[in-house]
Design a binder for this molecule. Structure first.
Ligand code: Z16
Length: 819
C-alpha cells in the first residue's frame, strides 16, 4: 500500500506510543488489563490525532485561498464505521495492523469493536455519506452539516418473529473516538416568541423577532478523510444543549427546580433520529430539529464567510448550500431573515443573494413523503420565518398571475401555501421557488419530477429542474468491503481504480477468459462463505454456499415490494411440495430491513417472512433447496458483508416509485446480477451493462399509470393464476403460524380487498418467470461468471465521484483545491 500525504511518513514507534498513551491517560487502563474495546478506543484516538491535524490544516488552507465551497445540509448522514475505511483512505491499513500486532492486538478484531454511527435511515442518509467521501477524495471544498443525535436509528431484534426496537446509543459510554468537539463554534438558537415592528435610526420601518427562548448548539466534527490525498473535510454535527439559566422570570421567582424543566425538554432536541424513511410524520419536535440544524449551519457558514474577510454580497459567489431533500428547507427563510433583519438588506438584495445560494435535491415522488408543515405550528415556533414565507409566496403568486392571468386553479396548485381546514406550507414548492437548481436523483426520476410533480414550475423556470444520477463510493463499497475482488481488479487494471472507476472497464477483456472467470467466482465463493459463517454464528442456520444467494436489503416499504419477493418464495414452496416435476437450483433468500416503528403493514411483512423462514428452513420435504434468512438489525456494517456475497440482487419496486436506489449499484459492482423493474437507476444500469446482463421484468411507468387509470382489479390476477392463488391463500391458514390461522392475513387482505396499491399481483407472473430464467442461467456457471464480471466492469457511471463531478460542474460550479 502506498503511503500518502495524510501521514507524510508513518513512524510505527511513535504511533504505538500514542496508542499506549491514550490507553493509559485517556482511558485509565494498562496493557495488562485492557479489553479489546479499550485497545480499539485508544487506537481510534491515536488515529484521530492525525485526521484532526489534517482537518485543521485543510480548513486554514481553504480559508486563505478564498475557495468556493459547497455546504451539504442533511438531517441524515449514514456514515457507518469509520476506522477501517479511514485506515484505507490514509494509506495506513497494513502499517497500523503491524503496529497493533506488536501490541498484541489483531486489527480485524479491533475494528469489530466499533459501533455503527447510524445517523440516518436508509438511502438518503447513506447517499450523503458517499457524497462526503467523494468530495474529499476529489478535493472539492466542502462542509457537511448534520445533527449529533444522541440515539441513532433504533436497533432491531426479533421476538417471536416480530420486530422489537431498542435505542441505539452509538457513542457508548466513552464517546466516539473519531469526533472532536469545537466549543468555539457554538451557536445560540432562538425559538417561539413574537415579531415586533420598530423604526431604525434612519427612520426605516423594520421588523424583528423577539424570541421566547433559546437553546445552545454545540459543534462536533467528524473527519471525512480524502482517499490518498492530504485533505480532511469536516462533517459538522450539531448537538442541542439547553441554555441556562433557562427561564429567567421563573428562576427569579424562586422556582429554581421548576425553571429547569422546560430546559430539560429543550435539551432533548437532538436526542433521537426520527425513524421514518420516505414518510412525513409532521411532529413539532421534528420541525424544531430541522430549524435547530438550519440555524446552527447557516450561522456557521456566515461565520466562516465573514470571518475570512468577505462581504455579505459575496456570499453566493463563495458559498453554495445544497439541501438534501426538503428536510433543511427552513434554512431559506432563516438566511432571508438574517440578511434582512440583521444585515439590513432590502428584500430584493436579500433575495438576489439567497436565491443564488441554495440548490435542492428531490428524492421522492411519493405523496406521503412530501413534507408539509402547518402554518399555525410554524407561526408559533418561528413567527418571523412564517412572515417571510408569506412574502416569498406573495411575490411568487404575482409571477404566476402574470404568466397565467386569472387562472386560480394553477395558483392553488403552485402556491407554497396549501389551503384547507388548516393551511399547510408545502416545503417542496418553497424549495423550487427559492433555489437556483432542483435535481432528481436518476434520469427517470428527474423526468417524472418535470412531467408529473412540477410541470408548471418547469415552464415557469426553464432549466432549473435537472438530473444528477446517484452514485456510491467505490472505496467503501468495493475496496474496503471486498478485498478479494479488489486484489483481482488491481492485478488486471492497476492500483488507481478506486479514484478512477472507468479503469475497471478493462475487465471486459477478461469476461470470457476461463481462468479469470474461475478466480472471480472463487472470490464470490469466499464472500458467500464469510456470510454463511456470520449466519451460522449469529443465527445458527446452516447454509449451502453452492446455493444461489438471492438478497433484498433495504428499508421495509410497500413500494419496495418485499411482499412480492415473499409471494415468489411461497410459490416455490408450493411447487416443491405439490409438483413432483418441479426442480430448482438450491436458493437462499436473504432479507435485511427495518420497518418504521409506526408502520403496521411493514411490520406484518417482517413477521410473515420470519414465520415462513422458520417453517421452510426446517422442512425436510424441501431437501434443503429453499432457505430464507432474515438478517436482524440490518445496518452499514452488515451491508459490507452482504453485498459482496450476493449472486442475485432484488430491485423490484413498482415502476415510478423508487427515485433511484443505491443498493442496486453496490450489488452490481460486487458482481451480483440484478432482477429489477424499469425503475430508478435500474434503467441506467441496464443501459450500461446491456439487456443480456440484467433481468428486467414488470410493468413500465406508463403502463402502471394506465392500469391505475383504467381501474386496477387485483382479483383479476388472483382468479387467473393458480400459483398466485396458492401463494396468497396459504396466508389465511396456520401453515406458518401453527394453531393461529389468520395471523398473516393482513397482507393478503391488503393485496386483494385493499386494492394492492403497488400492483404486486400485476407483476407477479412476470417476476416468477424471470426467476425461472435466473435459475436456468445460473446452472451454466461460465455464462453466469461472464455476466457477473461484466457487471463489475461496467458500473463506473455509478461511482459517487461521477455524481459529485456532475454537481460540481453543472450546479455548484466548484473547482477542486488540492492541499
Ligand atoms: C430516502 O431514503 C429516500 C427518499 C426520501 O424522500 C426520503 C428518504 Cl429518508 C431515498 C429514495 O427512496 C431512494 O430511491 C434514493 O436512492 C435515495 O433516497 C437517495 O437519493
Amino acid at each position: 500500500m502506498s503511503m500518502n500525504g495524510q501521514t507524510k511518513q508513518f513512524d510505527k514507534a511513535a504511533f504505538k506510543a500514542a496508542v499506549e498513551k491514550h490507553l493509559s491517560t485517556t482511558y485509565a487502563n494498562t496493557a495488562e488489563t485492557a479489553t479489546t474495546r479499550s485497545w480499539y478506543l485508544a487506537m481510534g484516538r491515536a488515529l484521530a490525532e492525525i485526521s484532526t491535524g489534517n482537518l485543521l490544516a485543510t480548513e486554514q488552507k481553504l480559508a486563505a485561498e478564498k475557495a468556493r465551497s459547497v455546504n451539504y445540509l442533511s438531517l441524515e448522514f449514514l456514515i457507518g464505521r469509520l476506522t477501517g475505511n479511514n485506515l484505507i483512505s490514509m494509506g495506513l491499513y497494513e502499517n497500523v495492523a503491524a503496529a497493533m500486532e506488536e501490541l498484541g492486538q489483531n486489527l480485524t478484531d479491533l475494528l469489530e469493536e466499533e459501533r455503527d454511527p447510524a445517523l440516518g435511515n436508509g438511502g438518503l442518509g447513506r447517499l450523503a455519506a458517499c457524497f462526503m467521501d467523494s468530495l474529499a477524495a476529489q478535493e472539492y471544498p466542502a462542509v457537511g452539516y448534520g445533527l449529533h443525535y444522541e440515539y441513532g436509528l433504533f436497533r432491531q431484534s426479533f421476538v417471536d418473529g416480530r420486530q422489537v426496537e431498542a435505542p441505539d446509543a452509538w457513542r457508548g459510554l466513552e464517546g466516539y473516538p473519531w469526533e472532536v468537539m469545537r466549543p468555539e463554534l457554538a451557536q445560540t438558537v432562538s425559538l417561539y416568541g413574537h415579531v415586533e415592528a420598530y423604526t431604525d435610526e434612519h427612520g426605516n420601518a423594520c421588523r424583528r423577532w423577539v424570541p421566547g427562548m433559546t437553546v445552545e448548539g454545540v459543534a462536533w466534527d467528524l473527519p471525512i478523510v480524502g482517499y490518498d490525498n492530504q485533505s480532511v473535510y469536516p462533517l459538522r454535527l450539531w448537538e442541542c444543549r439547553s441554555s441556562a439559566p433557562f427561564n429567567l422570570a421563573r428562576f427569579n421567582d424562586g422556582d429554581y427546580v421548576g425553571a429547569q424543566y422546560p430546559a430539560l425538554e429543550a435539551g432533548n432536541v437532538t436526542k433521537v433520529l426520527y425513524p421514518n424513511d420516505n414518510h412525513d410524520q409532521g411532529k413539532a419536535l421534528r420541525l424544531m430539529q430541522q430549524y435547530f440544524h438550519c440555524a446552527c449551519s447557516v450561522a456557521d457558514i456566515l461565520r466562516r464567510h465573514i470571518g475570512a474577510g468577505n462581504t455579505i454580497e459575496e456570499l453566493s459567489k463563495l458559498e453554495t448550500i445544497q439541501l438534501n431533500d426538503t428536510h433543511p428547507t427552513i434554512a431559506i427563510p432563516e438566511l432571508m431573515r438574517i440578511l434582512i433583519d440583521e444585515f439590513k438588506l432590502g428584500w430584493d438584495a436579500a433575495w438576489a443573494i439567497s436565491s443564488k445560494t441554495f440548490a435542492y435535491t428531490n428524492h421522492t415522488l411519493l405523496p406521503e413523503a412530501l413534507e408539509t408543515w402547518s402554518e399555525a405550528l410554524i407561526a408559533q415556533m418561528l413567527p418571523r420565518h412564517m412572515e417571510i414565507i408569506f412574502e416569498i409566496n406573495h411575490r411568487f403568486m404575482t409571477l404566476v398571475e402574470k404568466t397565467w392571468p386569472g387562472n386560480n386553479e394553477v395558483k392553488r396548485k403552485l402556491s407554497i401555501i396549501q389551503e384547507g381546514p388548516q393551511r399547510m406550507v408545502r416545503m417542496a414548492n418553497l424549495c423550487v421557488v427559492s433555489t437556483y437548481a432542483v435535481n432528481g436523483v436518476a434520469a427517470l426520476h428527474s423526468e417524472l419530477v418535470k412531467r408529473d410533480l412540477f410541470p408548471e414550475f418547469n415552464e415557469l423556470f426553464p432549466g432549473r429542474l435537472t438530473n444528477v444520477t446517484n452514485g456510491v463510493t467505490p472505496r467503501r463499497w468495493i475496496k474496503y468491503c471486498n478485498p478479494g475482488l479488489s486484489a483481482l481488479i488491481s492485478e488486471k487494471v492497476g492500483e488507481d481504480w478506486p479514484l478512477k472507476l472507468e479503469k475497471v472497464a478493462d475487465l471486459t477483456k477478461f469476461a470470457d477468459d476461463e481462468a479469470f472467470q474461475k478466480r472471480y467466482m472463487a472470490v464470490k465463493q469466499e464472500n458467500k462463505q464469510r456470510l454463511a459463517d456470520w449466519v451460522k454464528e449469529n443465527m445458527d442456520i446452516d447454509l449451502d454456499t453452492n446455493a444461489i444467494f438471492d438478497i433484498q436489503i433495504k428499508r421495509l416499504h410497500e413500494y419496495k415490494r418485499q411482499h412480492l419477493n415473499l409471494l415468489h418464495i411461497l410459490s416455490l414452496y408450493h411447487r416443491l411440495i405439490n409438483d413432483p416435476t418441479f426442480d430448482m437450483h438450491p436458493r437462499v433468500f436473504f432479507f435485511g430491513a427495518k420497518a418504521a416503528p409506526g408502520y403496521a403493514l411493514a411490520k406484518d411483512i417482517i413477521f410473515a417472512i420470519n414465520q415462513v423462514a422458520a417453517k421452510v428452513n426446517n422442512d425436510p420435504r424441501l431437501k434443503g433447496k429453499l432457505k430464507v434468512v432474515f438478517i436482524p438489525d440490518y445496518r452499514v456494517s452488515l451491508a459490507e458483508i452482504l453485498f459482496p456475497a450476493a449472486d442475485v440482487s432484488e430491485q423490484i419496486s413498482t415502476a415510478g416509485k423508487e427515485a433511484s436506489g443505491t443498493g442496486n449499484m453496490k450489488f452490481a459492482m460486487n458482481g451480483a446480477l440484478t432482477i429489477g423493474t424499469m425503475d430508478g437507476a435500474n434503467v441506467e444500469m441496464r443501459e450500461e451493462v446491456g439487456d443480456d446482463n440484467i433481468f428486467i421484468f414488470g410493468l413500465l411507468v406508463d403502463e402502471v399509470q394506465k392500469l391505475k387509470q383504467e381501474g386496477y382489479d387485483p382479483y383479476r390476477y388472483y382468479h387467473a393464476d393458480s400459483l398466485l392463488r396458492a401463494a396468497l391463500d396459504v396466508l389465511e391458514t396456520d401453515e406458518f403460524t401453527p394453531g393461529y390461522p389468520g395471523q398473516l392475513a393482513a397482507i393478503r387482505h391488503n393485496l386483494l380487498d385493499g386494492g394492492d396499491p403497488y400492483l404486486v399481483l400485476a407483476d407477479f407472473a412476470d417476476y416468477v418467470k424471470t426467476h425461472e430464467k435466473i435459475d436456468a442461467e445460473y446452472r451454466d456457471q461460465k455464462t453466469w461468471a461472464r455476466k457477473a464480471i461484466l457487471n463489475t466492469a461496467l458500473m463506473s457511471k455509478f461511482s459517487s465521484d461521477r455524481s459529485i463531478r456532475d454537481y460540481a460542474n453543472n450546479i455548484w460550479k466548484l473547482e477542486p483545491v488540492s492541499r
